[in-house]
Design a protein around this ligand. Structure first.
Ligand code: SAH
Ligand code: SF4
Length: 360
């Protein structure tokens, strides 16, 4: 790609209109292009048959529509599909399709790797390689919607793949605006959930966004001492600050903040932890999503027994919290949460390399 060629996948609709105008083309072609790219999944200008031949040739000369390439598409016995996608610089990311009925969900990545270093997460072990661009984040949705025949159907998006979305704030929000465009995929923000470890300045910015996704906070512990151990950014943004920000977070009618809690056997899963969690969440419109650990080689924690998970859930329910226990999907293809790690680009320890090779 030469420096003068513009990648249309990075542009919001008004930006695309200006780019066309600058090159002496009519602005209204931007809407036609958006429909081709996002509603029909077509990125080859030659196939955009409602544009004149002349225009198609000019567009092809000036522009690219860079799209993540599908390297592999693994199907789990439960219907989950894990896509490994390759970016223009050959870095690889993962995106997962979860065909839960009635909602179809795409779990997409916001970074290659992650800088947060949570002790139970394989992506965290990679460190941060780089941020994804808005076009790469929205591009995952384009590719998955086309591959699953859902371009014309409603689907949910969870930003729960690789990376910390609030650590790549601008690109993530721009991607949501691109996906929201009525002319394109028209994804409602109510269908998007942003999951974060709780980077307080990012949460404060988010609270002013016109396009507000649902919020999920990865809490995982009930004391600062333990949380700082499991989720290192807690040293900078401790529990009280995160929860205070959540208390003030502007929520739409009937909506609630989800608190994710990865359960680690004998570490954060005692009845006392459950009672403390209920106390911490008092006064917040909250629901709790318990995630029994997906164990992996190199991760020094174990998954608790179902009895321990149930007991923990019951204590929360008794205190009037809505609780769900996340079913692990796609274990056989290593597509479950925290199992998103791809080869290449980073140095890994022997244990981490083993983790890539072994079935879970
Ligand atoms: N960085 C963001 C979003 C990506 S992680 C965040 O942390 O919220 C998405 C979810 O997967 C988080 O709740 C995370 O804690 C969880 N997760 C990570 N590793 C896991 C593992 N080994 N087992 C189960 N869940 C895990
Ligand atoms: Fe990053 Fe989320 Fe994994 Fe923590 S759990 S290392 S924030 S991807």
């Amino acid at each position: 790609m030469s420096a003068s060629r513009l990648n249309l996948a990075e542009l919001e609709l008004p930006e695309l209109e200006s780019a066309l105008e600058t090159r002496g083309c009519e602005r209204f072609h931007a809407r036609q292009l958006y429909r081709w790219i996002y509603r029909r999944g077509i990125v080859d200008f030659e196939k955009m048959t409602d544009l004149s031949k002349d225009l198609r040739a000019r567009l092809a000369a000036d522009f690219d529509i860079v799209t993540p390439a599908v390297v592999s598409d693994l199907r789990s016995i439960d219907g989950t599909r894990k896509f490994v996608l390759e970016l223009a610089d050959h870095r690889r990311i993962e995106a997962v399709f979860i065909p839960d009925t009635p909602a179809m969900t795409f779990c997409i990545s916001t970074q290659v790797g992650c800088a947060m270093g949570c002790g139970f997460c394989l992506t965290g072990k990679m460190g941060l390689v780089r941020n994804l661009t808005a076009g790469e984040i929205a591009g995952q949705v384009r590719v998955l919607a086309a591959a699953t025949d859902l371009l014309d159907h409603p689907f949910n998006i969870v930003l729960m793949g690789m990376g910390e979305p609030l650590h790549n704030y601008d690109h993530t929000m721009k991607a949501l605006r691109i996906l929201h465009s009525e002319t394109g995929l028209a994804v409602s923000p109510r269908r998007v959930t942003l999951s974060t470890v709780g980077i307080v300045p990012g949460l404060q910015r988010l609270s002013h966004e016109p396009l507000m996704p649902n919020l999920a906070i990865s809490l995982h512990a009930t004391t600062d001492e333990q949380r700082s151990e499991l989720v290192p950014p807690n040293r900078k943004y401790p529990l009280a600050e995160i929860l205070e920000t959540c208390r003030r977070f502007p929520l739409k009618k009937r909506s609630r903040i989800t608190f994710e809690y990865v359960m680690l056997d004998q570490v954060n899963d005692s009845p006392e932890d459950a009672r403390r969690l209920a106390r911490l969440l008092s006064g917040i419109k909250a629901k709790v999503n318990l995630i029994p650990l997906n164990p992996a080689p190199g991760i020094p924690y174990a998954r608790p027994s179902d009895e321990r998970v149930d007991r923990f859930a019951q204590i929360l329910a008794d205190r009037h919290l809505t609780v769900s226990v996340r079913k692990s999907r796609g274990q056989d293809i290593r597509a479950a949460c925290g199992q998103l790690i791809v080869e290449g680009g980073v140095k890994k320890s022997a244990a981490q390399q083993m983790a890539l090779l072994l079935p879970s």
